[in-house]
Design a protein around this ligand. Structure first.
Ligand code: GUN
Length: 293
């Protein structure tokens, strides 16, 4: 059994990005610039955005953090999005989610110029991804693809079961695992709360990608000997022994599942560190105008 080390892989990739950025700058090119809009003071969002800014520094990117109180109106936020769309110095930007309830999230996402949508949430990027065209792929699915590729995990012709059908993980993951290239070419089954034979489906899977947000959901009896298990769960469970007051819990009962696996990604330290790294890869692509002129 091999543990998939997302933390080490993410660090390696950030180094590779930093080296490429220095080469671009040395040749007179522009340093990639990522902007992030953060509305309000949600603890999780504060941490994510702080880590994104730190990752930009590690990669040699320019970053801008634009903060608003949660009293900002939808019109004001849309005006800022328009300003960033039109700012030639900004290569890509994100609006950290969730947004306060009085703001229509989808409207904001669709207001972002898809050519700067490094989150890959705009319907144009989602659509282009689903038909295999060059585009920004959202962070979590892209991070998982990178891990599968870096660990040389075979996906062609394999049976892949995805637990969860969210717009940001389950659905894009299914689309990517069935795409006509590596990592992909898998036979994909998506299971969710209405799937009657979920356990049986899992037992037949060569690859399980668990993204349902239910701690310890995947147990040893659901996993075939030699399977690859990717844990996307990040539920915060109270833990008085931690300074933060919580710890992250995955969707997989790691201790009993791991011995049956050929590869398994842990929580924390598996998929999590890869997500910000994927955003950095998209920002580099944005800086290079790799997908869109
Ligand atoms: N909130 C949680 N994950 C994400 C993400 O990947 N991007 C944005 N914009 N907000 C998030």
């Amino acid at each position: 059994m091999q543990i998939i080390d997302g933390k080490a892989t993410a660090a390696e990739i950030k180094k590779e990005i930093a080296a490429e950025v220095e080469q671009i700058v040395a040749q007179g090119g522009k340093r990639p610039h990522l902007a992030a809009i953060l509305v309000g003071h949600d603890g999780g969002s504060e941490t994510y955005v702080k880590n994104k800014v730190l990752a930009c520094e590690a990669c040699g990117f320019k970053s801008s953090l634009i903060r608003f109180e949660d009293t900002i109106t939808e019109e004001e936020l849309l005006a800022k999005v328009k300003e960033l769309n039109e700012d030639d110095d900004v290569d890509g930007f994100i609006v950290q989610l969730p947004l306060p309830k009085h703001i229509a999230e989808q409207k904001v996402i669709e207001a972002i110029d898809y050519r700067k949508d490094v989150d890959g949430f705009h319907p144009i990027n989602v659509g282009r991804m689903s038909i295999g065209l060059p585009c920004y792929i959202s962070a979590t699915p892209n991070g998982i693809l990178t891990l599968l590729a870096r660990y040389g995990i075979e996906t062609r012709g394999k049976k892949c079961v995805i637990l969860g059908r969210s717009n940001i993980v389950g659905k894009p993951m299914a689309s990517l695992m069935m795409q006509k290239r590596y990592p992909g070419d898998a036979t994909v089954t998506v299971c969710h709360s209405h799937s009657p034979k979920l356990k049986e489906e899992c037992r037949q899977a060569d690859i399980i990608i668990a993204a349902i947000g239910s701690p310890n959901f995947v147990t040893a009896d659901m996993v075939k000997e030699g399977a690859v298990v990717i844990d996307v769960g990040t539920t915060r469970v109270p833990d008085a022994t931690r300074k933060s007051g919580f710890r992250l819990c995955g969707d997989v009962k790691f201790d009993e599942v791991a011995p049956k696996c050929s590869f398994i990604s842990p929580v924390p330290g598996g998929v999590g560190p890869m997500t910000i790294c994927s955003l950095m890869k998209n920002t580099l692509s944005a800086g290079k105008k790799e997908f869109y002129k």
